[in-house]
Structures are given as C-alpha cells and as structure tokens.
Design a protein around this ligand. Structure first.
Ligand code: FAD
Ligand code: S2G
Ligand code: ZN
Length: 475
C-alpha cells in the first residue's frame, strides 16, 4: 500500500458510511456505485503497478449535474475524492492514497458538438482520446494530441495533466489548443468556461486553472478543443545515428529544412530499443545504432512533402549525421514503427520495477544526464535508458531493477532532481507531479509560486477533498 511504503499520515477526512453509500446509490443506481473489492482492484492501482490505494467506493457519474451533487455531498461530509480518467497517469496521481472515493469519468463519454467551420469539438471529459480522434476524423479533423496511452486515456485526464505527447512541437500545448473547460468545484459549483470560440478575452482565463492541476482544483466535466485539419500526406523516417551530437544537429536541420511540415521529432537510445526488442519481441526496421530518431512530416501535398523529406535525408546522410534510415509512408508500416516508440514504457515494465523521470532539459545537457546517472548507479540497476520528445527538450529517463528497492530510490532521488535544477530544467515536463513528485516541486518552482498555488487551493477547495496528497508538497 502506498501509505505504508511512503509512511504518510491520512488527512482529517470522514470515513465513508452506509448512509453515504445509500445516498450515492439513490443518485446513481446500483450499477454505478461499485464497492466490490475485486472490481475495485484495477481502479486502486496505477498503470505502473507502483502505487496502490484502498478506496472502497467507485462512482460512475454520467452528467455534470451528477458530479455536482456528488461533490457537494462529499464536501459537506468532508469525504476525500480521487478523480480518475483512463488511469494511465505515471506519477501516482490517478489512484487514491488511502480510502478516497474514486470518481470515474468512464461513462461521461459523449461528443456534444463538432463545429466544422471553426474546427472545434465540444465533448465530455471521459471521451477516450483515440475514439475522440476517430470521431473527428469523419469531419476531416484531428485532435491536436497523440500519446502512447491513446487507447485508454480520457481527454479530461489529458487536460488535467496538460499532457504533451508525440506532436506537441507541431500542435502546441493543451494550454493553447483547449478553448473551453467546464469543471465542478469541491463545493459542487459548476464553473462554465466552455467557450468554443477561438478568441475570448473577457476577463481572467479561468479554464487554465483546470489544465494541468491534476484534479486538485476541480473535476473537469466538458472540454472544447481546437482541431486542426487532418493531414493529407504523412511520412515517417526512422533513422540510425552514431552520436548524440548528431541527433541534435539532425533535429536542428529537420526544423530548418522541413519547416512547417515537421510534425514529430523523437529520439530513442540503444538501451531502449534493446528493451523493446528483448521484452516485446518487436524488431526495429534498421540495424543496431547508439541512437535512433523518428522524424514525421504531415502536410497537404504528398509530392511536395516527399521532395522536401528526401532532400533533408540525403543531406543528413551525406553529412554523415545519419548513418542509416528508412522512410515509411504506408499506414501499417508507420503504425509498426510508432509502436516501437510508443511501447517502450510497456517494455520497461517487463524488466521489473521502473523508476521514471520525465525531465525538461536544455538540449546541450540532454543526454549527459543519462550518462551521468548510468555512472552514478553503476551495477545497482538492470538498465538506465533515455528516449523522448527531443523537439520539446523532454527526456524520459528510465531506470529499472528486478523489484522495488528503497535504497536504489534513495540513490536516484534527490540526486536526479538536483542535477535537473542545476541546469534550470523541469523535474516534470509533461506527466505532472501527482503523488510521487509532490515533495520535489521546489526544484522547479519558486517558493512564492508554491505559496500562491497553496492559496489558490485553499480558495477553491477549502476542505482539501479534491485529490489530497497530490501536486502540492505535504507541508
Ligand atoms: P488518469 O491517469 O486517470 O488521471 C491523471 C490525473 O488527472 C490524476 O491526477 C487524476 O486525478 C486527474 N484527472 C483525471 N481525469 C480528471 C478529470 N476529468 N477532472 C479532473 N482531474 C482528472 N503523458 C504525456 O504527457 N505524454 C506522453 O507521451 C505520454 N505517453 C504515455 C504512454 C503510455 C504507454 C502511458 C501508460 C502513459 C503515457 N502518458 C503520457 C501519461 C498519461 O497517459 C497522461 O498523463 C494522460 O494524460 C493521463 O490521462 P488519463 O485519462 O489516463 O488520466
Ligand atoms: C512517452 C510515457 C512513457 C514513459 O512514451 O512519451 O511520456 O515511459 C512517455 O515515460
Ligand atoms: Zn512522453
């Protein structure tokens, strides 16, 4: 149990009673109030299997009004809650620490409107990302976000973690592409900031408070998101490189020579590829190299795009920056290549225990962190590898051991956060802070900023019932 492993005190919250369960059953009906222990198992443990709570009640509302009634009741009773979307979060934020009531958005999955003129979809927060993207593809649109968890994560969870993903360098952050948010506060009050207009400069932009606050300021119930036109032509290059310096130079060239059609630039080191090949029996489309890159173009004219991509690749090969490579244009081949990148997380789990670090770094220091940590940890580990969104300066540094070892964790933390702070990086680039990183945010945020966050939290959730033990430091 998380509370045991991390020795933390339960907050001053009420414990759920028979009467409370009756209240929820009257509101939602039996099928949407789950208290069977086995059924709860999957909702109490996170995707990594690293944090486990002990909730005895899971609620599945269908509407904003039901969420409002639930939260107003919980707030009055001082019952703590844990909002949950697809439960694919990687920082322990999506599962209870103790017996918090889990409120799942699984049944809040209706698309309300697609404005085909402006290209804006308005939907409930429980829409699964992949299903929502398929839905808008019928209108020639796409959701401006893609990540390996697309088959399970909810758009409300994406907004609540301000997820980055594989195409942020082309479509930007959710702080830009999300136009409107409807959320319910701890009091049950419904905050309607659901404008679907591209521009709305009337007063404070309150929706931003719910983007990235990980369920600690409100429960997101609906969103309106700007959807770019689906690209007519997509190419995916999978490249082999000898040094990380070549990776940086190739990235810079790609930005310059591919310009507006560059839609993704990812890097993977050899140890990550070995893990995928060994644990998932997936084969990389080219031979062994110290580094690999995925460079994707998305545009509206296949001939123009292929021409630009070929010139870029020929020059990169000619300059010796890239030593091998293949280009895929056919969807199933592109899908295979993407799965090699997207399933690294899954492959790492098969090593045993994964210690995950999602770091933003200035590019000159980027891979040095992996090399330094490898040296620092020596033979105490199974693997120390690096991959991620080089285009966003976002490194996924992952360390694995056979099983969880507290002294190994103490060898890694806080060294890795000190290393990050020294180069003014961020200790959590896109996964959020959740439970695991809450006591380290001072490495990336000033004490004044943290104080203001606490004031906002006290204002919006005075009883602290929304996702306690997450995001903000314990004291
Ligand atoms: P959950 O995990 O259910 O919840 C995440 C957090 O948001 C929790 O704190 C929860 O309390 C809160 N929350 C959820 N729904 C709501 C709501 N409606 N209102 C308020 N709070 C809410 N992340 C990236 O950023 N980029 C990636 O490239 C990426 N790749 C991934 C690949 C894999 C294979 C996996 C397993 C995960 C990956 N993630 C990535 C992490 C994760 O998928 C994202 O954080 C995602 O946005 C979480 O969405 P979810 O619906 O699963 O949310
Ligand atoms: C990714 C999620 C998985 C990981 O794959 O881009 O955000 O292993 C990550 O960190
Ligand atoms: Zn990522």
């Amino acid at each position: 149990l998380t509370s045991k492993r991390y020795q933390i005190e339960r907050g001053q919250f009420s414990t759920i009673s028979e009467e409370d369960v009756n209240f929820f059953t009257n509101l939602l009906g039996h099928h949407r109030v789950i208290n069977d222990e086995t059924e709860l198992e999957g909702y109490n443990i996170d995707w990594l299997g690293m944090v486990r709570g002990a909730s005895s009640v899971l609620l599945k509302p269908k509407t904003t009004e039901e969420v409002s009634t639930i939260l107003a009741y919980c707030n009055k009773r001082k019952l703590a809650v844990c909002p949950q979307g697809g439960n694919t979060g990687l920082v322990g934020g999506s599962v209870p620490v103790f017996d918090e009531i889990i409120i799942s958005t699984a049944l809040m999955n209706k698309v309300e409107n697609v404005d085909t003129w402006l290209g804006v979809v308005t939907c409930q927060s429980g829409c699964v990302l992949e299903a929502l993207d398929e839905h808008v593809s019928e209108y020639g649109l796409m959701i401006p976000l893609d990540l390996g968890a697309k088959g399970s994560c909810h758009i409300g969870g994406n907004v609540s973690t301000n997820a980055g993903g594989l195409r942020l360098l082309r479509y930007g952050s959710l702080h830009g592409s999300v136009l409107g948010v409807e959320a319910v506060l701890a009091s049950g009050e419904i905050v309607d900031c659901l404008s679907a207009m591209k521009k709305d400069n009337t007063g404070y932009d309150l929706k931003q408070l719910f983007i990235g606050s990980e369920g600690t300021l409100g429960l997101v119930t609906k969103i309106a998101i700007n959807c770019p036109p689906r690209p007519q032509s997509v190419n995916l290059a999978f490249l082999g490189l000898e040094t990380f310096d070549d990776v940086l130079k190739t990235y810079k060239d790609a930005k310059k020579k591919l310009g507006e059609i560059l839609s993704s630039c990812e890097f993977i080191d050899q140890s990550s590829i070995e893990c995928v090949e060994k644990n998932l029996k997936l084969k990389a489309p080219i031979g062994a190299h110290p580094f690999y890159m995925l460079i994707e173009t998305s545009g509206s004219n296949g001939i123009h795009d292929e021409e630009k991509l070929n010139v870029f690749l020929e020059e990169a090969l000619g300059a010796g920056l890239v030593t091998d490579g293949t280009v895929a244009t056919e969807p199933s081949r592109m899908h295979h290549i993407w799965s090699i990148r997207e399933r690294i997380a899954e492959a790492l789990i098969n090593d045993g225990c994964t210690y995950k670090y999602d770091i933003s770094l200035p590019l000159p220091h980027f891979y040095k962190m992996v090399e330094d940590m490898r040296e620092h940890l020596g033979s105490n580990i199974l693997r120390c590898c690096g991959y991620g969104h080089i285009g966003d300066g976002n490194l996924h540094l992952n360390i694995t051991s056979k099983e969880f070892e507290k002294d190994l964790l103490n060898l890694i933390e806080p060294t890795i956060f000190e290393w990050t702070a020294k180069v003014n990086g961020s200790i959590s680039a896109e996964h959020g802070v959740g439970f695991k990183k809450r006591n380290y945010i001072h490495y990336s945020k000033s004490s004044g900023a943290i104080a203001l966050m606490k004031q906002l939290k006290a204002l919006m959730d005075p009883n602290g019932i929304l996702n306690p033990y997450k995001v903000l430091p314990d004291n």
